[in-house]
Every structure is written in structure tokens, then in C-alpha cells.
Ligand binder design. Structure first.
Ligand code: SF4
Length: 304
């Protein structure tokens, strides 16, 4: 039996409103872990110039809050990464609610119009388009709640993104070289300090998806694999030694963190993908239950 028979239009509107407010709020407030890391990086800087850039970022955040405006003019393409319980009461309407939420937030926030239809070369003017918002689904059996990551993929911070299949003998060195090449050539376009997501797998599309999922992990978390955690530290320390600094204007560090996610690979392939997040890393997380009670997990104590 179709469960949307039980979803009243009032309940669907309530769900859409929660998701729209969540998306709107996320465009204006960086998550707690990102703010904390930016403070730590700012305090670790010795260069007066780098401290000035960090101060400008904090002033930017304050003004976004006071003026109720997005933290950055590029509010990106909205992406949702959804873990939904198979018993969640709103399964049948959640996709439509997410699209409607983007439409609403585009007007309320407002969000910049960023969805350009590829073969028409036309901006839709709504932030809705073919496969936009991008939605990734994960089903959780016997659970009646939903967890949603929202990510705003800006132009600059998406620019260093790439995936490539290496010969296995290129090994860890090949992965490190690939990441350094991307960050040192295009990282400045992504408004450092960067959050660097790396995916390692057997094919390019899996490595690419894992690299984006790595950006969803909270800053301060480490790979579940000890060797993965060691590689995260080594790449982070190496990139910091390059001294890209805040805004790419040099400084003591380059990155907020390096996160690696991995999948078992084919014996004959070693695929690596990279995604980068900028200092204005608009990544938020909400949990909603079947009574439509919610908790914003990425921003402590927030009522939408
Ligand atoms: S990289 Fe980030 S901070 Fe820079 S313009 Fe793009 S969205 Fe804004």
C-alpha cells in the first residue's frame, strides 16, 4: 500500500518548511566544527597578514548572522545526502519535499541562481534543474527516522575536483602526487583553508563519490582504518608545509583537514578522487523523526 495515502498535505507542508528553513539557515551559518577549526587555524598563524584574512572571515560570518544573509554570494548547487529509514512515514514525499525546499529557500535566503541546464545553456532561475538538487539515497532497514546532509557545492570549491584511475603500482605515492597536483594548481580557486576529501576505490565514479562523502565527515574525525588515518595526517602535514594560507595569500597552514574514504579496489586498478571544500564549508546535518520532530546535528542548539 502506498504510504503517501497517509501523508496529509499539512504534514507534507510542515516537512517541506523544516527542510526549507534548514537549507536557508545552512547558507547563513557555518557548522560548529568548521567555525572551531577556523578559530584554531587563526590562532596558529604567525603572519599578521594571514590573521587579517581570518579576521575578515569572522567578520563576514558575524555580518551574515546580523544581516540574515548567506555567508558567501555563491550559494552553490544544493546537494542532499540522505539516510532514510524504510519505516519513515514520509518516504513517498521526501524527494518532492527536498526539491520544494530548495525552491523556497532560493526565495527566502535568498540563494543565488546557480542551476544552468547543460544543453540549453539556460539558467533556470530557481536552483532546480535536471538532477538538481542532487540527491544521494541510503536506505536503513527498520528505522523510522531520516538524516539529511545538506551541502552547497560552490563553483570555486568544486573546481579542483577530479577522479582518475591509476595503475596499482603507482601506489600511495601516486595518490599523494595526484592530491598535491590538484591542490597546488587549483586549490587557490577554492578559497583556502581547504577541506580536502579523498576517495580511494577500484573505479573513478566510486572514488569520486567517496571523496565527496569524505567532505561530510566532521572535522576532527579520522579514517576508520589506521593506515588511512596515517595517510590523512601525512597529506595534511605535507599540504600545510606548502603554506597556501587563508585565501591563498600564504600562511602557516593550507587545510582545515584531509579526510579519506575508501572502498575495496580491483587488483588491476587504483582509483583516486578528490573533492574540496572552502573555508565557507556549508555542510549541515539534520535528523527528523516520523512525528516531524527535528534536531540540527551540525549546529548546536538551533531552532529553525
Ligand atoms: S570557494 Fe567557497 S568561499 Fe570561495 S567563492 Fe566559492 S563558495 Fe564562496
Amino acid at each position: 500500500m502506498n504510504s503517501d495515502l497517509y501523508v496529509t498535505s499539512d504534514a507534507k507542508k510542515q516537512l517541506t518548511d523544516i527542510l526549507a528553513s534548514f537549507t536557508d539557515y545552512s547558507s547563513k551559518h557555518l557548522p560548529d566544527d568548521v567555525v572551531k577549526r577556523l578559530k584554531e587555524l587563526s590562532e596558529a598563524e604567525h603572519s599578521e597578514f594571514a590573521r587579517i584574512i581570518y579576521d575578515a572571515m569572522f567578520e563576514n560570518m558575524d555580518m551574515a548572522d546580523r544581516l540574515d544573509r548567506p555567508v558567501c554570494q555563491d550559494t552553490g548547487l544544493v546537494q542532499y545526502f540522505v539516510r532514510v529509514g524504510t519505516s519513515f512515514s514520509y518516504m513517498e514525499v521526501i524527494e518532492e519535499a527536498l526539491r520544494d525546499a530548495v525552491l523556497k529557500a532560493t526565495v527566502s535566503a535568498p540563494l543565488r541562481h546557480n542551476a544552468v541546464e547543460v544543453f540549453d545553456e539556460r539558467n533556470t532561475g530557481t536552483n532546480i534543474g535536471h538532477h538538481v538538487p542532487w540527491i544521494e539515497w541510503e536506505l536503513v532497514p527498520n528505522w523510522d527516522e531520516i538524516e539529511i546532509f545538506m551541502y552547497m557545492a560552490g563553483g570555486g570549491c568544486s573546481l579542483p575536483g577530479m577522479a582518475k584511475v591509476l595503475m596499482p603500482l603507482e601506489g600511495y605515492e601516486g595518490i599523494v602526487k595526484f592530491v598535491f597536483d590538484r591542490v597546488t594548481t587549483l586549490g587557490i580557486n577554492a578559497c583556502p583553508p581547504l577541506l580536502v576529501g579523498v576517495g580511494i576505490a577500484g573505479s573513478a565514479e566510486v572514488a569520486s563519490k567517496l571523496s565527496k562523502k569524505a567532505l561530510l565527515r566532521p572535522i576532527g574525525s579520522v579514517s576508520t582504518n589506521p593506515r588511512g588515518a596515517m595517510l590523512e595526517r601525512q597529506i595534511r602535514d605535507g599540504l600545510d608545509a606548502v603554506g597556501i594560507g587563508p585565501g591563498g595569500l600564504t600562511g602557516a597552514g593550507s587545510v582545515m583537514a584531509v579526510h579519506i574514504e575508501h572502498a575495496a579496489r580491483h587488483p588491476a586498478t587504483l582509483a583516486v578522487g578528490i573533492s574540496t571544500g572552502c573555508w565557507a564549508h556549508r555542510r549541515s546535518k539534520i535528523r527528523i523523526n516520523s512525528k516531524l520532530e527535528y534536531e540540527v546535528l551540525s549546529h548546536q542548539g538551533v531552532t529553525l
